[in-house]
Design a binder for this molecule. Structure first.
Ligand code: IMP
Length: 174
């Protein structure tokens, strides 16, 4: 698959993604049954993961989204600016942040502290993809679909230069 100047090859086919999402959903169902849960998807990348995961969550819950923009400063510390904030009241609720991918974890650290500031009962992270070798953050995801090496990937919500989000499979840079 060609996106702009880069070529990508098939990496994780749709059936495998769906199978892994089912097992993540099972773990969440076991841990959160009968709790007051709100899922918070991080836009744009997590939209497909949120949609497919939530189809398999059969207990009463809220679903919401936040959108952040990250800036790379002169240092390696990412600065994150909130573009769409949470309107839901999360005090005393169990919050699960839904991410497409956790790479260095710096974006997630900022999102985690923004949400934690509003005093939820508990706060955990589920990420479809996780690059443990790149991770340098404070809050590793509790629920992970796939641990992957430091490859650049696109598809199923993830982009290269804002393109490539609309595929059912995941591709990696050739
Ligand atoms: P962080 O390094 O964990 O802060 O990741 C920041 C953001 O970079 C993620 O939320 C993704 O939007 C993006 N990102 C990281 N790795 C990839 C990748 O392999 N493909 C596409 N986007 C990525």
């Amino acid at each position: 698959m060609q996106i702009e100047d880069k070529e990508f090859e098939l990496y994780i086919p749709s059936a495998e993604i769906q199978k892994t999402i089912s097992s993540v959903a099972e773990r969440i169902k076991n841990d959160y049954q009968d709790k007051d849960v709100i899922f918070v998807g991080v836009l744009n990348g997590a939209f497909m993961f949120v949609s497919d995961l939530l189809k398999q969550i059969d207990f009463k819950c809220e679903v919401s989204f936040i959108k952040v923009a990250s800036y790379e400063g002169t240092s390696s510390t990412g600065k994150v600016h909130e573009l769409i904030g949470l309107v839901n009241d999360i005090k005393d609720k169990h919050v699960i942040i839904l991410e497409d991918i956790v790479d260095t974890g710096l974006t997630l650290d900022k999102i985690y502290s923004m949400i934690d500031h509003d005093k939820p009962s508990s706060l955990e992270v589920a990420s479809l993809l996780y690059k443990p070798n790149a991770f340098n953050g404070k809050h590793p995801p509790k629920y992970v679909g796939f641990e992957i090496p430091n490859d650049f990937i696109v598809g199923y919500g993830l982009d290269y230069m804002e393109y490539g989000r609309n595929t059912v499979d995941i591709y990696k840079l050739k």
